[in-house]
Design a protein around this ligand. Sequence first.
Ligand code: NAP
Length: 276
Amino acid sequence: MLTTGTKMYGVFGDPVAQSRSPLMLNCAFRTSGIDAAYAAFHVLPDQLEQAMHGIRALQFGGVNVTIPHKVNVMKYLDEVDEGARMIGAVNTVVNDSGKWIGYNTDGIGYVRSLKEETRMMIAGKELLVIGAGGAARAIVYALAQENPQKIWIANRTLSKATELAQALADYGNIESVSLDELSSHVQVDLVVNTTNVGMFPNQEQMPVPPEFLQQNMVVSDIVYNPLKTKLLQEAEIKGCQIHGGLGMFIYQGAYAFEYWTKRSAPVEAMRNILTQ
Ligand code: NAP
């Protein structure tokens, strides 16, 4: 029930009707006994500025922002955290006593999900990230903070992988590789798909051939529709440990919840409501 003390949160996107964040975050507030509510707001690109003024005036606790606002929202904030600046995108905005601060919880959400769900130690390992878009950028940045031996980036458009590797070169040993050269050049402990390949309605596609997968690899896919992509199915057949994309979504929301409330997120309740 909403009260006069209910703290308001939400997600800004265009489109936004498909968002599962209200379901997940309202469950988190309810489970934690916090008097707060979270709604989806359809904000058109030319109305983002007014929407940001609106939530300041209404003293919201914060918002998530999704496509197409993740870059433009930075103009309307008082501060952008270093990670979000390097990634070039904000997905979580926090009202810190009237100061509006932007964060990116996608990459750190991915890494927390990977560590919690696979128990993998990333330090000292060789990693392969397939893709060089927005999600890849956040994930490579966050993986680099974990001190891996090396991060390879492969992408359909190789030049974008090279640009990304160069942009994040200060954070670790990061190098691009063409998809064709993967098998001959690269032996890795973790493969992460950050492309759309394998996502509904193209569930039969995979970003690397099955022959590339080896039993000792952890194979991870951030696509979560379907929950078990073709890549993960093939990896499972090879005996690899697999890691699906739902966890990244849950933990990016868990970090947002924690930044807003300074309380631990009820991750299992959040997962249960999404999978019910
Ligand atoms: P993006 O910025 O548009 O980047 C898309 C990436 O996929 C690019 O590297 C692109 O390669 C590659 N790609 C697209 N179609 C391809 C194809 N047919 N063959 C080979 N490569 C292809 O998108 P994004 O924001 O990074 O999101 C990527 C995926 O991650 C989406 O499926 C999204 O749903 C998922 N995602 C999941 C979560 C989560 O919480 N689990 C969070 C964010 C995103 P080029 O550079 O060659 O175009």
